[in-house]
Design a binder for this molecule. Structure first.
Ligand code: FAQ
Length: 311
């Protein structure tokens, strides 16, 4: 029998089977997964900040409870994803350190400010909407722990997306001032949401290899197109305008033509020079330092249980 691990790995990928933590895998596959899953985990955790900003100012107790639950869900997604990354042989401490020292990225989208309540609606509709389009295919990712984590995450993201859509729907059918607020939020979040899908295919360094490994199932541009087509319909129902004068149906392509986001801006934001990069990382560093007593207490408790030989 063929016992070459590389052959076995390739055969599993070709047969659409899952790679599991104990399976042999090429170093580059492991590295790519750690990079993507860690970046994804960091995004969930940093992504709590823009909406967390509105928990204390939500317009009613009901809205506050919903938003609180939503932001807590994001923390849960982050923890799931760190756990998935740990199956690849890195520790959570190492990953947190890489984030706090700027050596690992998080999504560009969370470097934009939330200026009003309607932004919470726009984030739910557009940012969680984009996350779903990107993550549903990741449920079929070749790496088992990541694929399985994505199933639950996507279910929760669907609730988040509806939650945001409902906020915008209420505002859009409210007073002229509320409508204007909703439109302003959509105007500001549209292009940053399109940029979440990453650079265009021609500039995407990892896509080809990640698609061959079946980590990614579709290219950045394919997913971006899918997102645009979905949003046009939904904006119609909201009776809000997407801020793109060149958005129109292309009969031949059976898809909408649209204006690309400013990729130079995406690169600036990714490299640390977006509107809120400093604030986001400073806040995370502070929160991490403030939480050190909890980690120390948990470690001391575990050590004590072990000394007493209890589970
Ligand atoms: N931001 O070669 P590619 C959420 C980097 S959703 C920052 O195309 P790849 C839910 C990329 O890392 C957001 N960096 O890369 C939520 C690479 O740099 P590197 C998180 C970006 O990996 C909602 C370089 O550019 N979702 O959190 C971005 O094949 C509300 C070249 O790019 C995920 O992370 C960007 N937008 O494709 C939470 C999904 N785009 O590493 C709270 C999983 C690209 O070589 C509130 N990730 N880069 O230094 C993915 O699907 C992929 O990693 C892509 C990028 C599609 C993001």
């Amino acid at each position: 029998a063929d016992t070459d691990p590389q052959h076995y790995f390739t055969a599993l990928i070709e047969a659409d089977q899952k790679i599991e933590p104990r399976d042999w895998m090429p170093d580059a596959y492991r590295k790519t997964l750690i990079r993507q899953i860690a970046q994804h985990a960091h995004s969930e955790i940093i992504g709590m900040q823009p909406e967390g900003n509105w928990i204390s100012r939500a317009p009613s107790l009901g809205r506050k409870a919903i938003l609180l639950a939503k932001v807590q869900d994001e923390a849960g997604h982050g923890l799931y994803l760190y756990a998935a990354a740990e199956t690849l042989g890195v520790t959570r401490d190492e990953l947190v350190e890489l984030l706090l020292t700027g050596r690992q990225k998080y999504s560009s989208i969370f470097n934009y400010p939330t200026l009003g309540w309607a932004d919470v609606g726009a984030i739910g509709w557009l940012v969680d909407g984009a996350a779903i389009v990107n993550q549903v295919p990741l449920c079929r990712c070749s790496y088992g722990p990541y694929a399985r984590a994505m199933i639950r995450v996507c279910k929760e993201e669907s609730f988040h997306q509806r939650q945001g859509y409902e906020i915008l729907h209420r505002l859009a059918s409210g007073t002229p001032a509320q409508r204007a607020m909703a439109q302003d939020a959509v105007d500001r979040w549209w292009y940053p949401s399109l940029a979440m899908f990453g650079p265009p295919d021609t500039d995407s360094t990892h896509s080809q290899q990640s698609m061959a490994w079946k980590i990614k199932r579709f290219s950045n541009d394919d997913l971006r197109q899918r997102f645009v087509d979905m949003c046009v319909q939904q904006a119609g129902v909201l009776d809000l305008r997407l801020p793109d004068p060149d958005l129109r149906w292309n009969e031949q392509r059976q898809a909408y033509d649209y204006t690309q986001p400013d990729y130079a801006e995406l690169m600036r934001v990714i490299s640390g020079d977006g509107p809120c990069n400093r604030q986001r990382i400073d806040h995370r560093r502070r929160a991490h330092a403030d939480g050190s007593w909890v980690r120390e207490a948990a470690a001391a408790y575990t050590a004590k249980r072990q000394r007493e030989d209890r589970p």
